[in-house]
Write a protein that binds this ligand. Structure first.
Ligand code: HEM
Length: 457
C-alpha cells in the first residue's frame, strides 16, 4: 500500500516498459494473459507507450467495467480507432448511434428469431460442407482456416442479405475481411503510433477497406431498389433509417452491415479453426463428440432440431471459446475519475478487459490450460463466478450473435464429423496472434477421409 492513500486504496501491479515491451513483441496474446494470471487477477498497469493501460481480469472487476458501471467505461479511445477505420459509426460504437443500431438489430438476433433461420442455414452449411468431398476423394488436405471462413461466410451472408448476393460476390468479400482482421494487429498493440506514420499492415488494411466498400455499397443500393419488405438485416436497417430520417442513410447502413459481418464471420470461423487443433490434442474428446453426433444425427442430414440434443458438442464449443476467446481484449476508456477494486483510475485512462486472461485465472478455473468440456456440465457452471466466463462480453454491449453462434457452429461441426474422419496433417504447437480476433499464426491443414472408408480402415 502506498503511503498517504486512503486505507482501502490499492496500487495496481506495475509492469515497467523494459519488461512489458519485449514480452508483448515476442508473443503478445500469451504474454498479456501471463501478466494478468501472474498477478492473480489484480489490476496490472502496463507501461507501454505514453498511455499506460490497465489490464483488468478479475471477474468482480470485469462485472464493474462491463455491467454495473458500463456508462463510465465507454467504447472510445485509441484502441477503438483502428477498428473504426473499417466499421465507422455503428453497432460497434457508443452513445446514441450505438443505441439506435442496437434497437434495430436486437430483434433480428433473439434466440427465437435465430431459430427461425435454422432450416435455411442447415441447408446452406450442408451444401457447402459437401463441396469438400473432392478433397476427401483425392486426399488433398484442406486449409482449416480458409475453409472454416468460407463455410461460415455463406451462412452469415444469408442472414445479412438473404438471397440477394451472388456467390462469387460473397466470396470476394471473404479475403478482404480476412486482410482487415489480420493487418490491424500492429495498430491494436501499439495504438499510440500516430496515423501519419505508416506501420506494418496499414497499406493492406486500407486497400481491403476500400474493396469492401466497392462490394457492399452496390449491394445496399440494389436492396433499396428491390424493396425492403423482406426480413434480412440489410432490409431491416434500410427500413429503420428511412423511418427515422425520411431518407436512407446509406453510410450508416453500410457501417452497421460491415460491423455485423465482421463480428459474425471472423469470430465464428476462428473458433472453428482452433477446434481442430484441440481435437487433435484430445482424441478422447473427439471420440466422444463423434459418438454423440452419430447417435443424434445418425445417417441422415443434420437438421436444426438436432442441435439442442447435441449437448456435448455445445460443451466443447463453450470450452473452445474459453481457451481461445476470439474477442481476446475488450477495450474501454474511463470518462470520469473512478476506481476499480480500490485502484484509482483517472478520466481518459484506457482499460483492457481481457477474456483471454480471465479465462486462465487459476483462482476461478481448475487446471486452466487443460481443455476440459466437462467443466460446462450444469452442476459445475452453477458454482462458478458469473463473470469468470466472458467470451461474448457482458452488460449492455453483450454479443448480439451468441445464439447464432450456437446454431451455426454445431451445424458446421456436426456436418463435418458425420461426413468425414478429420485428422491434422501438420500437427504443431500453435501461436495465437492478435488481430480483430485471435487466430493461430500457423496454417492448419486437415486430412478428410469419407466416414464409410474410415470405418472400413
Ligand atoms: C465465437 C463467436 C463470437 C464471439 C466470441 C463474440 C464476441 C463478442 C464480444 C466479446 C462482444 C462484446 C464487445 C464489447 O463489449 O465491446 C461482442 C459484441 C457483438 N457481437 Fe459478437 N461474438 C461472436 C459471434 C457473433 C456473431 C455470430 C454475431 C452476429 C451477429 C455477433 C455480433 C456482435 C455484435 C453486433 C456485437 C456488438 C453488440 C453491442 O455492442 O451492442 N457476434 N461479440
Amino acid at each position: 500500500m502506498a503511503p498517504g492513500l486512503p486505507t482501502d486504496e490499492q496500487e495496481p501491479q506495475v509492469l515497467p516498459f523494459h519488461q512489458a515491451l519485449p514480452r508483448l513483441l515476442r508473443d503478445p496474446v500469451t504474454e498479456l494473459a501471463k501478466m494478468g494470471t501472474d498477478a492473480g487477477g489484480r489490476i496490472v498497469r502496463l507501461h507501454i507507450g505514453p498511455f499506460r493501460p490497465y489490464l483488468v481480469s478479475h471477474p468482480d472487476h470485469v462485472q464493474q467495467v462491463l455491467k454495473t458501471d458500463w456508462s463510465t467505461f465507454v467504447r472510445e479511445g485509441m484502441f477503438w480507432r483502428p477498428l473504426r477505420r473499417v466499421t465507422g459509426q455503428s453497432i460497434l460504437g457508443e452513445g446514441a448511434g450505438w443505441e439506435s443500431s442496437r434497437k434495430v438489430l436486437q430483434p433480428l438476433f433473439t434466440a427465437r428469431y435465430t431459430a427461425s433461420l435454422g432450416e435455411d442455414l442447415a441447408d446452406i452449411i450442408a451444401g457447402r460442407v459437401a463441396e469438400l468431398d473432392e478433397h476427401a476423394r483425392t486426399g488433398r488436405p484442406i486449409d482449416a482456416g480458409h475453409q472454416m471462413t468460407a463455410i461460415v461466410n455463406e451462412s452469415v451472408i444469408k442472414v445479412l442479405f438473404g438471397g440477394r448476393i451472388p456467390r462469387d460476390v460473397a466470396e470476394r468479400l471473404l479475403p478482404e475481411f480476412a486482410t482487415c482482421a489480420t493487418s490491424i494487429g500492429f495498430r491494436l498493440l501499439f495504438p499510440f503510433v500516430p496515423y501519419s506514420v505508416r506501420v506494418p499492415g496499414d497499406r493492406a488494411f486500407l486497400a481491403a477497406t476500400k474493396k469492401i466498400d466497392e462490394i457492399v455499397h452496390p449491394l445496399i443500393e440494389r436492396a433499396l431498389k428491390e424493396g425492403t419488405d423482406t426480413n434480412e438485416v440489410v432490409s431491416a436497417l434500410l427500413r429503420a433509417r428511412i423511418r427515422e430520417t425520411g431518407t436512407a442513410d446509406l453510410r450508416q447502413v453500410r457501417d452497421d452491415l460491415v460491423s455485423v459481418y465482421g463480428a459474425a464471420s471472423e469470430t465464428t470461423a476462428v473458433s472453428l479453426t482452433w477446434l481442430w487443433s484441440v481435437l487433435h490434442d484430445y482424441p478422447d474428446v473427439y471420440a466422444k463428440l463423434r459418438e454423440e453426433i452419430g447417435q443424434v444425427v445418425g445417417d441422415g442430414p443434420v437438421r436444426p432440431a438436432h442441435v439442442a440434443r447435441l449437448r456435448y458438442l455445445r460443451m466443447v464449443l463453450q470450452e473452445v471459446v474459453r481457451l481461445y476467446p476470439p474477442g481476446w481484449i475488450i477495450p474501454r476508456q474511463a470518462v470520469a475519475d473512478t476506481e476499480i477494486g480500490g485502484v484509482r483510475i483517472k478520466a481518459g485512462s484506457q482499460v483492457l478487459v481481457s477474456p483471454y486472461t480471465t479465462h486462465r485465472l487459476a483462482e476461478f478455473w481448475d487446471r486452466p490450460l487443460a481443455f476440459d468440456p466437462e467443466r460446462w456440465a450444469p452442476e459445475q457452471t452453477e458454482r462458478r463466478h458469473r463473470y469468470a466466463s466472458i467470451p461474448f462480453g457482458a452488460g449492455p454491449h453483450v454479443c448480439l450473435g451468441r445464439h447464432l453462434f450456437f446454431l451455426k457452429a454445431p451445424l458446421v461441426i456436426a456436418n463435418l464429423l458425420s461426413r468425414y474422419q478429420l485428422t491434422l496433417a501438420n500437427p504443431q504447437r500453435l501461436t495465437p496472434v492478435p488481430g480483430a480476433s485471435v487466430r493461430p499464426k500457423e496454417k492448419l491443414m486437415l486430412n478428410l477421409l469419407p466416414i464409410e472408408r474410415s470405418r472400413q480402415a
